[in-house]
Design a protein around this ligand. Structure first.
Ligand code: SF4
Length: 268
């Protein structure tokens, strides 16, 4: 066997060759000491000093200054992300405080991806218990298909969920529940107006369908005068409200004469 002639070029060649062979096998790492015979390792270290330095000289590993720079950038990025998280938390708290100050029992911000949609809820609208089916632009079928409604929500990142609570002894008292829904929707509109003034672009989902005109212009086949303000209810969006309430730590069940109503502001 021919005796190896060690010099700097030969050692660099050894390292480069090993790196090439690792890459060809799909192994993503730098050559290690254990990849070589002991005498190769001794020679490499004799010419170039510590192993990482040898890898740098062979052009396999980025020089240390670049590593340091990358480390510094990573640290800065982490710091900026932390500041951003603090700012977002402060912003969220201010939004929730705003909703609570308008009289809502609870408010919570969630990511729209957490909302569960179920098109199987659409037939409940078709039963027309609210009397608005095909009589209101914000209600089915005119508001859009379940898929279109879901996509509309998912085009935005955040949902501010509102819960209002009312003492209603008799759930068949339509006048009382109508008043409660009207209060809920108006209070939401007040909060939303303030949010939009602050630049939070989005749209409202009410505790009931749109009632800005009475009756809705659809009844007389006229066009909607407030296309940007009209709002559909949670049912029209086929939102699984119980799941949403659970996720937000809100009270869904009608208990002890307390009726909870829900709505959302979907925004970016
Ligand atoms: S704004 Fe008026 S016309 Fe438009 S959906 Fe609402 S109630 Fe109907």
């Amino acid at each position: 066997m021919l005796e190896k002639k060690y010099n700097k070029e030969y050692c660099i060649g050894l390292l480069k060759e090993k790196q090439k062979s690792l890459q060809s096998q799909g192994i993503i790492r730098y050559p290690k000491r254990s990849d070589f015979e002991e005498r190769d390792v001794v020679a490499i270290k004799a010419f170039f000093g510590p192993w990482p330095r040898a890898l740098e000289i062979a052009g396999i590993k980025p020089p240390r200054e670049i590593n340091e720079q990358a480390k510094e950038e990573k640290k800065l990025k982490k710091k900026r992300a932390k500041i951003e998280r603090i700012k977002n938390a402060e912003k969220e708290k201010a939004i929730i405080d705003l909703a609570l100050s308008e009289g809502f029992a609870k408010a919570k911000i969630i990511n729209t991806e957490q909302i569960v949609f179920n098109p199987a809820f659409r037939p409940y609208c078709e039963e027309n218990l609210c009397g608005q089916y095909a009589k209101n632009y914000s209600c089915p079928p005119d508001c859009g298909t379940p898929k279109e409604m879901e996509e509309r929500v998912l085009n935005y990142k955040n949902a501010l969920v509102f819960e209002s609570q009312f003492i209603i002894e008799d759930l068949t008292d339509k006048e009382r529940t109508k008043q409660a829904k009207a209060w809920h929707n108006s209070a939401m509109q007040r909060v939303i107006k303030k949010l939009q003034d602050e630049g939070f672009d989005g749209f409202m989902i009410g505790a009931s369908g749109c009632s800005l005109c009475s009756p809705c212009k659809l009844v007389n086949k006229e066009s909607c005068p407030f296309p940007k303000l009209k709002f559909s209810c949670m049912s029209a969006y086929c939102i699984y409200v119980k799941d949403l309430a659970d996720k937000c730590g809100m009270n869904y069940e009608y208990k002890n004469n307390v009726l909870s109503l829900f709505g959302m502001y979907v925004y970016n």
